[in-house]
Design a protein around this ligand. Structure first.
Ligand code: PAF
Length: 282
């Protein structure tokens, strides 16, 4: 495995590779990331993992400064899984103030976009830059960031980028908590409570599978329950998988058979994110 920090060196390393499979990350790798890299391996070709904490996707009061940077440990974890680790410094990706951005549709201002203004614009801009730098045939992203994955699929489709996007399942701790680098911000009490987010999603999924179609009621109940347990809720939403738009049960078109229940909420200073897919049978 080779650790590379400049675009020039990366390009010369990859110039003779027939196929490149890419896993972009912000580092502080856990089993969820490693699972994506293992999926990348299955595609054959040279596996490149990037580690870059992208300042453009953090708001002014967010955790850019405290986001855990653990390059040495990350490289050790990637040994034998990735062929190349691309870990550029900030000024390699942004040698000058970035003034060109990807403009996203209004849906990017909903759900996480509503709570984190500008986040997806910064994310999409760096992903496009990384795609241009790495030029992969395939790129793997986690389903845990469901809206991010959706936006990247749109980016690729609408800007005709020659890369195939693959989504990897969320990896969970034994008690069900979705793995995330931000879980380490939780104190012991918060960590105990954190699993409730997934339990709540499972409860909604169960209700939907049992025939409940008043999604608004389910959403409102969940928000209320979370709030009484001390969570500060950004959203709980039942959406179509295909476009992440609200579900209209009356329309009953095939897309509405594949739903996803998404939630984001804060426990103390930690913002947790999770989702669960649900497929309705006729
Ligand atoms: O999901 C992440 O870790 C980041 O948003 C990504 C895709 C690496 C872009 O910075």
């Amino acid at each position: 495995m080779q650790l590379i920090s400049t675009i020039t060196e990366l390009r010369s390393r990859l110039v003779n590779e027939r196929a490149v499979v890419f896993v972009p990350t912000m580092g502080n790798l856990h089993e969820g990331h490693l699972n994506l890299v293992k999926m990348a391996r299955e595609h054959g070709g040279c596996v490149v993992a990037s580690i870059f904490v992208n300042p453009l996707q953090f708001g002014p009061s967010e955790d850019f400064d405290k986001y855990p940077r653990t390059l040495e440990a990350d490289c050790a974890r990637l040994q034998g899984l990735a062929d190349v680790v691309f870990a550029p410094p900030v000024d390699e990706i942004y040698p000058a103030k970035q003034t060109v951005f990807v403009e996203l549709p209004p849906a990017a201002n909903e759900l996480c976009g509503a709570a984190r203004p500008g986040h997806f614009r910064g994310m999409a801009t760096v992903v496009l830059k990384l795609f241009n730098i790495v030029r992969p045939q395939v790129a793997v992203f986690g389903k845990k960031d469901y809206q991010q994955l959706h936006i990247i699929r749109q980016l690729v489709a609408q800007l005709n980028l020659p890369v195939r996007i693959v989504g990897g399942e969320t990896v969970r701790a034994a008690d069900g908590l979705a793995l995330s680098s931000r879980n380490q911000y939780l104190n012991a009490t918060e960590r105990g409570e954190a699993i409730f987010l997934y339990q709540m999603l499972q409860g909604i999924r169960q209700a939907v599978l049992q025939g409940e179609r008043d999604f608004e009621r389910l959403q409102n109940q969940a928000v209320e329950t979370l709030a009484t347990r001390g969570w500060v809720v950004d959203y709980v939403a039942v959406r179509n998988q295909s476009d992440l738009q609200p579900v209209n049960p009356v329309r009953g078109d095939p897309a509405q058979r594949e739903l996803v229940i998404l939630a984001a909420a804060r426990l103390g200073n930690t913002r947790l994110l999770d989702n669960i897919e649900v497929c309705l049978v006729q």
